[in-house]
Design a protein around this ligand. Sequence first.
Ligand SMILES: [Zn+2]
Ligand SMILES: [Zn+2]
Length: 441
Amino acid sequence: MSNKKDINENDLLQDIDREKLFSEINDNKMKDSDKSSFVEAIMGNYFLDNDNINFLEDYGYGFWKYLDNEKCICLSDKKFKDCCKKKMKRQKGFEFVSLVESLDSEETYKKYLSDASVNLNKIIEKNIQESKCSFPDCDKKAIENFLYDFSNIKNNYLSVVKKNILDTRFTMGENFFQPVESEMFSFFGFCEEHDNLTSLESLKLDLNSSQLSIAMFNYRNLAYKKSRLENFYQTIYEEFIDNYLNVSKEGYQAMMVFKLRRTINSILAIRNMFEKLKEAIKNNDFKEFNFQSFELKKQDNFVVRDLIYFQVTPKSYTVINSVNNPLINEDIALISLFQVKKSSIVQFMYLKRSSKIESYFQEWKEINEDKLNNLESWVTNNALILTDNILISQKMWSKLSHEDKILYSALNKFRFENPKPGQEFIKMKFFAGFQKGSNFF
Ligand SMILES: [Zn+2]
Ligand SMILES: [Zn+2]
């Protein structure tokens, strides 16, 4: 029997001068400078909850709506009120079903997807017509390129990539990894000559490859990602202009803003990296970039050519990117994994000014000094969760239990598409991963 005295809430609160407390709250004695540093701190949070967001809204930061004086959503230098706000349409008697709203049922979702795809297909068509080779100093027309060429890959692979980039409906409890088709990885990035030049077959990458060769390969992979994201951004931008005012429910309008904010954050980071890399390749000068390469035991379970979004440094827990906070500027690294004769190589490349990514690698190496056998799980875990374009071999996938397939699917998609239901998985895997030194960030 415990002889500890039971403490109830009333005991704890009896000494508090309630009158004084209420009057302090009402006076709101926080200094303006404290308020602004508090706001800054919230804006840097890894995960924004409703209280954080409400606080920001209360202090004049538009989170769920675009404010007049914000930089315009078309990314011109103008203010929103002087630019695209004037183009927004209101159609009498027309109620637009937004993506979030449509997620409620299979029926409305199909309708959303087919309506929205009309716009998307026009944009893709227009971008194909106008597409020029992205290689420095080449202005030939781009031809159709493929991120992955399946004629040269012997294994059967699975991927979460969908042909229609607007199709973002993923249901918890389902397996999202489906057999790949070349079409999922099609893009118009380079002319024939530069399509060949930047391909893995002609670059023949290995551990001793030059920075230029590594950069050209990563540039190609970035071009794929950029072309898909540009199409996506332009589609939801138009959707916003045409339909935002035709959504009557405030909550759904807010989600349209949130989606646009996240996409703008991504497109700015990708465009910036793309221009820097193009310039560096042109001059064969990579002083603005850091490279990290690791040699793994030969494996053919995974292939990845993508961007990677590290989330938090593994020791000091510094936020690099966030699942749901578009106020943190995205900071990206490029990742490519390829096979050489007796091993597999994983290559990372990022801008030197991305000091948080540099810290990420340093801290990871400190933690894992004596655990280098965790390298493979670190790479595969990272690639599985923090990239979109990973290919997983059918052979490896078929050995997993049903529960693991669901878990990997959820980790890959819900993290970013829908962070809230993914929270439990994330927490669980986060702590399990740190213990083993192969963290999921
Ligand atoms: Zn504008
Ligand atoms: Zn070219």
